[in-house]
Design a protein around this ligand. Structure first.
Ligand code: SF4
Ligand code: SF4
Length: 119
């Protein structure tokens, strides 16, 4: 199984803010606007991620057990930019911070050895 599907920590750690146009279908945006709220004149934020204990409203499952994004194909650009550590041979401070905050170890190269290439 892909390590993110046993994790979800980054979706329950960061404030997920993005330009409002990403949720405006008339401008090609794909993020469901009902799952976002206004942050400032330029940005929306995914609901739930501004809380003192953030958890994106689109996150399904239990962090650290089974978790997945309910709008994976429509997720904001900032979500697409978070790289799972070592998936592409690079470290990821965001991934490490979120996992540690949820009591998990940072990913290592070994976590990818059993993952099929298409996962
Ligand atoms: S914290 Fe890392 S491993 Fe966990 S879901 Fe996010 S990118 Fe994937
Ligand atoms: S939109 Fe999806 S990928 Fe982005 S924070 Fe929410 S659950 Fe995670």
């Amino acid at each position: 199984m892909h390590p993110c599907l046993r994790c979800g920590a980054c979706c329950a750690y960061f404030r997920v803010a993005f330009h409002w146009s990403e949720a405006d279908a008339s401008l090609g945006g794909v993020v469901p606007p009902e799952l976002a709220e206004t942050l400032d004149p330029h940005r929306f934020v995914m609901r739930g991620t501004q809380a003192s204990r953030p958890r994106c409203v689109a996150l399904h499952g239990t962090v650290g057990e089974t978790a997945h994004c309910g709008i994976y194909e429509q997720r904001p650009s900032v979500c697409r930019e978070v790289e799972p550590a070592w998936e592409s041979g690079r470290p990821s401070l965001q991934c490490d911070k979120a996992r540690v905050a949820h009591g998990m170890s940072p990913l290592t190269l070994a976590d990818w050895q059993a993952v099929p290439q298409h996962a």
